[in-house]
Design a protein around this ligand. Structure first.
Ligand SMILES: Nc1ncnc2c1ncn2[C@@H]1O[C@H](COP(=O)(O)OP(=O)(O)OP(=O)(O)O)[C@@H](O)[C@H]1O
Length: 255
């Protein structure tokens, strides 16, 4: 089933055509990847999906509902969350407070109306705390729950950021270069975690330069070059696509 439909999406910045007429869809419960050389327009697509700026042209639909004219906080409430290329945790807040912050956004709307009709704000807070602690245990970070987030290793902070994005059960999580700054072992573990969460029904779109990881986790890959979609398909199809190979020639990234 289609979760996100991007149709004829374009963005120009005063003459620079950052994204041109890009169309693709994301299936529910899948991992999609947006790849392409530097400056291809990947971050610009992310910024349009999350409402950072409106498209110059085209539409973005989430479950057939148009979201392309909405503001970032409205899009978050529709069920799209994201992580950033550079970590954006509250460094002085504790690890658990950072994760709880991911739920607070939604407590008065989606999650609560979905059936958690607990009688008081205190019960609500307890529920958020318990859910956050469950995530910390799953990520083996429960021992660090009460440390300031900024004191954790980079790899652990990345996990906290992902837990904060996933805790509200968003319809779609956008991950902007989740493997950046992680060592090989950490990247492999994070890839396993993404695949596990996918099995649980979570949908992801990631921008990622680590091609080994992309080829391992993605069900569907969309390739941009100079703002234009030059290919899409499965990892096998993309690795054999001559246009894609040509676009990457001369860059340090190999497919
Ligand atoms: N706010 C902006 N104002 C003007 N030009 C911009 C803006 N954001 C992006 N661009 C331009 O749009 C083009 C696409 O940039 P974008 O950051 O989306 O590429 P990218 O694929 O994410 O690159 P990278 O892999 O290096 O992060 C580039 O030419 C960039 O300079």
């Amino acid at each position: 089933m289609n979760l996100l439909e991007i149709k004829n999406l374009s963005k120009d910045f005063g003459g620079v055509q950052a994204v041109q007429d890009v169309t693709f869809t994301i299936q529910e419960g899948s991992i999609s990847a947006l790849i392409g050389p530097n400056g291809a327009g990947k971050t610009t697509v992310f910024n349009m999906i999350t409402g950072v700026f409106p498209p110059s042209n085209g539409t973005i639909m989430l479950h057939s509902k148009k979201i392309s004219n909405k503001k970032p906080h409205q899009i978050a409430k529709e069920g799209i969350t994201r992580t950033f290329q550079n970590l954006q945790l509250f460094a002085d807040m504790t690890v658990i407070e950072n994760i709880m912050a991911g739920m607070h956004l939604l407590t008065k709307t989606g999650v609560w109306n979905a059936g958690f009709r607990l009688p008081s704000a205190k019960r609500e807070e307890q529920y958020i705390y318990d859910k956050s602690m469950q995530w910390l245990m799953r990520l083996n970070l429960d021992q660090e729950a009460y440390l300031p987030a900024g004191t954790l290793s980079y790899g652990k902070q990345r996990l906290v950021e992902i837990a904060r994005a996933v805790i509200s059960h968003p319809k779609l999580i956008l991950l902007d270069e989740p493997m950046a700054g992680l060592n090989h072992n950490e990247s492999e573990k994070l890839a396993d975690l993404l695949l596990e969460m996918k099995k649980e029904g979570q949908t992801f779109l990631l921008v990622e330069h680590d091609m080994d990881i992309v080829m391992r986790v993605a069900d569907h890959i969309v390739v941009l070059d100079h703002g234009v979609k030059i290919a899409e398909g499965t990892p096998d199809e993309i690795q054999q696509n001559d246009t894609v190979i040509a676009a990457y020639l001369g860059s340090e990234v190999t497919i």
